[in-house]
Design a protein around this ligand. Structure first.
Ligand code: ADP
Ligand code: MG
Length: 698
C-alpha cells in the first residue's frame, strides 16, 4: 500500500465517486486526499459560559436549563423563543420552523446541551435553530473531537457527497494508510522547533483532539510547506553561485579610487557603504552576481550603481544601465555624464529615438570597446547591440521588466555579466524571501542626511481653491510644482479628458506671462515630451501637468510640491513613487492628495497611510495586507505564492524560521547526502519533479 495509489483503494470509494472527486476537487491519489485540508472545524470539545460569549463568536456549545418557552408574534407568523440559562447568564434559543413539534418536546428545567451559531443584537445573544440534546443523552456519546469541515462544491453536495462522507473517506484513508505516512523532515529540525511528527500532524489536521493539537499540526504543516520552497530557492541560489562562473573584478583601480577621493559630491551614507561592500565582495568572488538592490525613492541608488560600474571599468569591462523609460534613461545619462566628467570615460545613451547614424557609432564603440558605459531603454536588448566585454548590467526599476528581458541581457556575452537589479518599490522582507529567494538582496534603509520629510495632506476636491492658493505661495517662493493625473488603460479616453480639463482649469488660474506651464503625457511624441520636460528641468516653467509618465526617476530638486488628482484611484506603491519626486532639494516639500468625497474603505486606508508615513517599507506592508501577496508588483507570475496552508503575510515568522533552517541544512550538507537528511532529500526529489516554481523566477 502506498500513498500514490488512486483513491479507489480506500474503503468505500467507488470508481464513480473517485472520478467525481477528481473532476470537482482535483483529488486523484490517496496523497491528494490526505492533503485536502479542512477550512474550518466544528468545536464540540469546549463548553462556553454565557458571560464569556463574544459578539463575534461563531459556533459555540453551551450547557444550561430551559427556563421558559413562548411563541412571539411577528410580522409574518410567529417564532418560538426558549430561554437557556446557565450559572452565568441567559441566551435565547429561537425557532421559526417546526415550532409546534419543538415546543411539545422541550423539557423545562432539564439540563440541555445547545450548539449553534450565535447572533448578537441589542446587547443580547440568540441562537437560531440550535442543535439541542438533553445533557444525559449527550454524555452517553461524549464528543471529544473537533469535526473538520471541508471545502466542497454544489455538484458534490447534490449527489450526496456530503461533508460527513468526505470525513468518512479520510477516516478510512488514515486507518488504512497511517503507517505508510513518512516523515520528511530530519529529527534535528523536528527537535529544534518542537514540531509534531508528520503522521500526527496529518491526523490532527483532519481530526484534532483539541485546539492545542490543531495549532501544533498547523504549525508543523506550514513550516514544512515553507521549508521545502525555501530549500528549492536557496539551493538554486547556491547552484548559481558555484556552477555559474562570473567575471572577477580583481582590483579596485584608478577610476574608482580617483572618483571616490576627488569627485564624490557627498559622503556616502552608511547604508550606501554597506551595499557597496556587499557588491564588491560579490564581483571579486569569481561567482556570478545576481543581486537585488532595494532602496526607497531618493535613497541614493544611482551613486552605488555608478561606483559599481567604475569597478567594472577598472578591470577593463564595459557596463550598462537599463531603464524603463526614455525620460529616466536620459536622466541617468545626464547625471552619470556629469559625475564622471574629466575621468576619460566614454558614456552614450541608446533609446528608441536615437538616429541611425548615431546608433551605428554606438554599435561600433561597443564592439571595439571604446565605449565604456551604455545607458538606455529596451533598445539595449536589440540583437544588433553587442558588447566587446560587458562586465555588469544594472537594471533600474526592475518591476517593469519581464524575466525574459533579463535573460536576454545575459545572452549578450560569453559569460553572463553581473546583474544588479535596482528597485524603489520596496517589497516586504518576507515576501522578498519567497519571490526573490534565489537572489541576494541588499537594502539601502537610510536616506541621505538633511532630507526634510515630505509633508502630506489629504484634501477633498471641494477645497481646490485653497490648494491653488497654496501653489501660488510656493511658486512665489521660487518653487516648482507637479500636478499628476491618473491614466488607466481601461478608462484611457476619460482619463485623457480629465487631464486636458485639468490643464485648462490650471491655465485659467495660473495665467501667462506670470506663470508658465508644461504638460507631458504618453500620447506626445518623444521629442515634444523631452522639450516640455526640459523646460521644467531648467526652471522655465513652474508647473508640470502630467500623467504618471513622471512616476519613475525624474529628478528636479527645486520641485517641492506634488499635487495628485483623483488620488483615490492610485495604488499605494504608485502614490509613494509619485511623492518621491519631491523632497529632493533643501526646501520643505509637500504632497497634496486630492480626492472626491466618496471613498471606499480601502481607498481611505491608502490615503491615511500616505498621510501618516513616508517609510516605503511600512507602505509596502500595508499594501501587502490590502491587496494580498499575489498583487504586489513583480510577484504576479511567481508560483512561489501558491501555498496550500501557509500564508506569507500571516505566517511571516514561520517563513523566516523555515528559510534560515533551509540555509543551515544546505550549508552543512549541500547535496543532502547525510544520513540524517535522507527524509528531506527523498521528499525534495519528489517535489522538485512535480513543482514548477523554478521557471518563473529570474
Ligand atoms: P534613487 O535611489 O531614488 O535613485 P538617487 O540616486 O536619484 O535616488 O538620489 C537622490 C538624490 O540624493 C540625488 O540628488 C543624489 O545626488 C542625492 N544623494 C545620493 N546619495 C547621497 C548622499 N550620501 N548624501 C547626499 N546626497 C545624496
Ligand atoms: Mg533612481
Amino acid at each position: 500500500m502506498n500513498l500514490n495509489y488512486p483513491i479507489t483503494y480506500i474503503n468505500g470509494i467507488s470508481a464513480n465517486r473517485a472520478a467525481l472527486l477528481f473532476s470537482e476537487l482535483g483529488i486523484k491519489t490517496c496523497n491528494d486526499l490526505l492533503n485536502f485540508f479542512p477550512f474550518r472545524y466544528i468545536d464540540k470539545t469546549q463548553f462556553y459560559k454565557i458571560k464569556d460569549l463574544k459578539p463575534n463568536s461563531s459556533e459555540v456549545q453551551i450547557v444550561g436549563k430551559i427556563t421558559s418557552i413562548k411563541s412571539v408574534a411577528q410580522k409574518r407568523g410567529s417564532r418560538l423563543v426558549a430561554k437557556l440559562q446557565d450559572s452565568s447568564g441567559t441566551v435565547e434559543l429561537v425557532w421559526f420552523k417546526g415550532q409546534k413539534w419543538i415546543k411539545d418536546s422541550l423539557k423545562i428545567n432539564e439540563p440541555y446541551v445547545a450548539y449553534g451559531k450565535l447572533n448578537y443584537y441589542n446587547g443580547s445573544f440568540s441562537m437560531p435553530h440550535p442543535e439541542l440534546e438533553l445533557a444525559t443523552a449527550y454524555e452517553k456519546k461524549l464528543q471529544t473531537k473537533m469535526q473538520p469541515v471541508y471545502p466542497s462544491t454544489e455538484k458534490l453536495t447534490n449527489v450526496g457527497v456530503s461533508n460527513k462522507l468526505i470525513r468518512t473517506y479520510i477516516q478510512n484513508l488514515l486507518q488504512q494508510f497511517y503507517d505508510g505516512i513518512q516523515e520528511n523532515l530530519s529529527l534535528k529540525i523536528i527537535d529544534d522547533f518542537k514540531l509534531m511528527h508528520k503522521r500526527d500532524a496529518l491526523l490532527n489536521i483532519h481530526f484534532p483532539k483539541n485546539q492545542e493539537n490543531l495549532t501544533k499540526a498547523e504549525y508543523r504543516l506550514k513550516f514544512e510547506e515553507l521549508f521545502f520552497i525555501q530549500l528549492q530557492l536557496v539551493r538554486k541560489k547556491l547552484i548559481n553561485k558555484t556552477k555559474i562562473k562570473g567575471f572577477v573584478f580583481e582590483k579596485v583601480g584608478a577610476l574608482f579610487n580617483d572618483f571616490y577621493k576627488d569627485k564624490l559630491p557627498f559622503d556616502l551614507t552608511n547604508a550606501q557603504k554597506r551595499v557597496l561592500k556587499e557588491v564588491r565582495k560579490d564581483v571579486a568572488s569569481g561567482a556570478h552576481m545576481n543581486r537585488l538592490l532595494q532602496g526607497d525613492v531618493g535613497s541614493g541608488k544611482t551613486i552605488v550603481a555608478l561606483l559599481t560600474m567604475l569597478l567594472a571599468l577598472d578591470n577593463n569591462f564595459q557596463a550598462t544601465i537599463m531603464a524603463p523609460t526614455e525620460i529616466l534613461a536620459n536622466q541617468h545619462f545626464v547625471s552619470v555624464s556629469e559625475l564622471v566628467d574629466g575621468l576619460n570615460i566614454k558614456v552614450a545613451i541608446l533609446t528608441g529615438s536615437v538616429k541611425t547614424k548615431k546608433r551605428r557609432e554606438i554599435h561600433e564603440g561597443l564592439e571595439d570597446g571604446s565605449l565604456h558605459i551604455l545607458i538606455g531603454t529596451h533598445a539595449l536588448l536589440e540583437d544588433k547591440v553587442k558588447f566587446k566585454n560587458l562586465g555588469i548590467a544594472i537594471i533600474d526599476e526592475q518591476h517593469r521588466f519581464g524575466v525574459k528581458q533579463r535573460a536576454k541581457l545575459w545572452s549578450k556575452n560569453k559569460l553572463p555579466p553581473h546583474i544588479l537589479v535596482m528597485t524603489a518599490t520596496p517589497i516586504p522582507r518576507t515576501l522578498a524571501m519567497s519571490v526573490y529567494g534565489d537572489l541576494d538582496i541588499s537594502v539601502i534603509d537610510e536616506l541621505p542626511p538633511g532630507r526634510k520629510q515630505v509633508k502630506t495632506v489629504h484634501r477633498f476636491d471641494s477645497n481646490r481653491l485653497s490648494v491653488f492658493k497654496f501653489m501660488k505661495d510656493q511658486i512665489a517662493q521660487g518653487r516648482q510644482i507637479y500636478v499628476v493625473y491618473p491614466l488607466i488603460q481601461e478608462s484611457e479616453a476619460m482619463d485623457y479628458k480629465d487631464l486636458m480639463d485639468g490643464y485648462e482649469s490650471i491655465s485659467r488660474e495660473f495665467l501667462s506671462p506670470n506663470y508658465q506651464i508644461s504638460i507631458v503625457h504618453g500620447k506626445m511624441k518623444p521629442a515634444d515630451k523631452e522639450f516640455e520636460m526640459q523646460r521644467f528641468v531648467k526652471g522655465e516653467t513652474q508647473i508640470m501637468v502630467a500623467t504618471t509618465v513622471i512616476e519613475v526617476g525624474v529628478n528636479v530638486p527645486n520641485a517641492s510640491v506634488m499635487v495628485i488628482e483623483s488620488s483615490e484611484r492610485f495604488g499605494l506603491s504608485q502614490l509613494h513613487q509619485l511623492r518621491g519626486r519631491v523632497g529632493r532639494g533643501a526646501d520643505q516639500s509637500y504632497c497634496i492628495l486630492l480626492s472626491s468625497f466618496k471613498l471606499s474603505a480601502e481607498a481611505k486606508t491608502r490615503l491615511k497611510t500616505m498621510v501618516e508615513t513616508t517609510d516605503g517599507f511600512k507602505i509596502a506592508e500595508v499594501d501587502l495586507k490590502l491587496r494580498g501577496p499575489g498583487n504586489i508588483m513583480g510577484t504576479q507570475q511567481s508560483g512561489v505564492l501558491n501555498l496550500k496552508i501557509a500564508d506569507v503575510v500571516k505566517d511571516s515568522q514561520i517563513l523566516v524560521n523555515a528559510r534560515n533552517t533551509a540555509i543551515e541544512v544546505l550549508q552543512e550538507d549541500p547535496n543532502l547526502s547525510k544520513v540524517e537528511n535522507v527524509p528531506i532529500s527523498q521528499a525534495f526529489v519528489k517535489m522538485s519533479k512535480s513543482s514548477k516554481i523554478w521557471s518563473n523566477i529570474s
